[in-house]
Design a protein around this ligand. Structure first.
Ligand code: HEC
Length: 136
């Protein structure tokens, strides 16, 4: 009887922990990117001026979640259910420009849609060219 009670207590404690201890952030799963985006080409020249513009736009729109160096550690990141990713990661950098464009501008779930907030095509591509500077 005593062992049964101990077992019961252990089970109850385990169950309580499951609710009290915060769950880890979800790892982002693979994206389904429409073919017409995959093959999209940047409409801006990748030079210092473009990257400077991209950096300023990144600071305004993206840094709060993605962090200063794109490590996924912005001030809002800890409140997200899904880890926003680390832009220095070779796996993210392996995406085509068009794929990055889709993820950055169209988004999904907690990754916001920026089609309205960043209407200018050249500004969108300037951000993508800035993301390229964040690789290791
Ligand atoms: C409100 C927080 C938030 C903001 C602001 C934000 N993002 Fe995200 N971003 C996320 C989250 C969360 C994910 C992961 C979403 C998923 O995988 O479902 C993500 C994913 C991404 C990815 C895909 C990374 C991968 O897994 O390959 C890219 C690229 C990206 N964001 C670019 C941007 C850009 C560029 C901006 C600014 C224009 C921006 N994000 C602004 C939260 C944010």
């Amino acid at each position: 009887m005593k062992t049964l009670f101990t077992l019961f207590l252990a089970a109850a404690a385990f169950l309580m922990m499951a609710f009290v201890v915060p769950q880890d952030q979800k790892k982002p799963g693979p994206w389904e990117i429409p073919a017409k985006y995959k093959s999209m080409k940047s409409s801006v020249k990748t030079d210092a001026d473009t990257q400077k513009l991209g950096k300023a736009l990144y600071a305004k729109h993206c840094r709060s979640c993605h962090g200063n160096a794109g490590a996924g550690d912005g001030p809002k990141a800890k409140n997200l259910e899904t880890f926003p990713g680390d832009f220095s990661d070779a796996k993210i950098q392996a995406h085509t420009d068009g794929e990055l464009y889709y993820m950055s501008i169209v988004g999904r779930d907690e990754m916001p849609n920026f089609e309205k907030n960043i209407p200018d095509e050249e500004e969108r591509w300037a951000i993508i060219s800035y993301l390229r500077t964040l690789k290791k």
